[in-house]
Design a protein around this ligand. Structure first.
Ligand code: GLY
Ligand code: MN
Ligand code: MN
Length: 431
């Protein structure tokens, strides 16, 4: 395995917590993702659905997990179905999981081949009172394709039309938002790789370099360190591209005097890191760039301190908006009149800072978390304010990943990744 897996204890605990939250007589089903086609016989690389991974640590396509806590037969409380391998698969694709390996990874005792799924599911469904289906309810999700899970749900509903169903997602959003220490450790592993990548590019960046060359250096460092690759499409945005929030073309030549906004994170063992740093192409910030940089940095440091248990993300975003407003006034970008006359629904600062400051981070980059519930300890969140000034030809964002604590301030998991402007300039000098 490229990554070091988390313990089966964690997966057993995750399933136990999930089952405790189910209604009596519930039968929950979780499917792997499809391997998505491109065209002809080409496919995208397999990426496991994070929910089934969270519940059993199995990173193999076509796996199905069933949880049936009130099963009359104890061996049917937890069942994992995996694809049965054969000589042809072994020759073309290599090793697939054996039953013993799947059991050791997941902590599940009952491992069956996939071809036994249908008959056993139908037998269990007949004694189950309610299905728990795993629909995608993430508040940002916009999915146009039918997933393997969707196909299964359609099939199960047609087969058992009188079964009521519940949403697994409510339970998972709650559970996955609070991280176990092992998960925090795995996120930290991903962050450490991101740090190596960032330190690699600091002395490498020079005027004339192309954005994709920076991306290539990062990919090299990530893969060399056992990363799964980029946790999300990296943004390497120089000059005016800094102001395109989701710029992923990464195909411009970097010019002296410009800034480069680098929003990149390595994934490790399916856990994401998410970092943004903004650096000068020439190795030195102009006075104005530094002035804006320091303003963003102050907002970031102040915002981080607000992430304590009990706070609602809505209140937090309002407070950060206030801090940002003061900084924008200091930079001469807003004035008191603009602020006094602002529409509270669309505050003036949004002109220069138009996105949120924080999101949950974990198995997904924009991870699960019930956004209208107060924060708890052990939640991992990003802190990522930015100021984007198209009329001055640059934008700056700084993004760290923190974990909330039961008492006191959060711990910054990305604290070793340079972000002080002097340190960045110093490291860029070392050719
Ligand atoms: N890189 C995605 C984000 O910062 O949310
Ligand atoms: Mn990011
Ligand atoms: Mn982020």
């Amino acid at each position: 395995m490229r990554y070091r897996p988390l313990s089966s204890r964690l997966y057993s605990k995750n399933r136990e917590l999930f089952m405790q939250a189910m209604r009596s007589g519930g039968l929950a089903i979780f499917n792997s993702n499809d391997i998505y086609p491109i065209s002809a016989d080409s496919t995208l690389p397999f990426a496991q659905h994070r929910d089934i991974f969270y519940l059993c640590g199995i990173n193999q396509e076509e796996s199905i997990l069933l949880l049936f806590p009130n099963s009359p037969k104890p061996e049917h409380r937890e069942i994992l179905f995996i694809k049965k391998t054969n000589e042809l698969i072994a020759v073309w694709e290599g090793q697939k999981l054996t039953k013993n390996q799947a059991s050791a990874l997941s902590g599940i005792q009952t491992i069956l081949w996939l071809d036994e799924f249908e008959a056993l599911f139908e037998a269990l469904a007949k004694v189950a009172k309610v299905f728990y289906f795993n629909t995608n309810e993430h508040f940002r999700a916009k999915v146009e394709t039918q997933t393997r899970e969707d196909r299964f749900i359609r099939w199960a509903k047609a087969k058992f039309p009188s079964h009521p169903n519940e949403k697994s997602n409510f339970i998972l959003q709650k559970l996955r938002s609070v991280k176990d220490d092992e998960e925090i450790h795995q996120i930290k592993n991903a962050i450490n790789i991101t740090e190596k990548g960032f330190r690699r590019i600091l002395p490498f960046v020079k005027p004339g370099i192309w954005e994709f060359e920076i991306e290539a250096e990062l990919a090299h460092e990530f893969l060399k360190n056992r990363s799964d690759g980029f946790a999300y499409n990296p943004i390497i945005a120089s000059g005016k591209n800094c102001n395109v929030l989701h710029y992923v073309d990464n195909n411009k030549q970097c010019q002296s005097g410009d800034l480069i906004l680098i929003d990149v994170g390595a994934a490790y063992g399916n856990y994401a890191s998410d970092m943004t740093r903004t650096i000068p192409v020439s190795g030195k910030f102009t006075p104005r760039q530094r002035e804006v940089y320091e303003a963003v940095l102050r907002v970031e440091k102040n915002a981080m301190q607000l992430l304590v248990p009990g706070i609602l993300l809505k209140e937090y975003h309002q407070e950060v908006g206030q801090i940002m407003t003061n900084e924008l006034i200091g930079l001469g970008l807003l004035n008191q009149t603009m602020v006094k006359n602002q529409d509270p629904e669309k505050p003036a600062y949004k002109k220069y800072f138009m996105h949120g400051t924080s999101h949950h981070l974990g198995l997904d980059t924009h991870d699960y978390g019930l956004v209208d519930q107060p924060l708890h300890a052990n939640m991992v969140l990003t802190v990522e304010p930015g100021i984007y000034i198209p009329e001055e030809g640059f934008g700056i964002r700084i993004e760290d990943d923190v974990v909330t604590q039961e008492h006191g301030l959060p711990i910054n998991l990305t604290e070793n990744i340079p972000k002080e402007p002097d340190e960045i300039e110093q490291l860029m000098k070392q050719a």
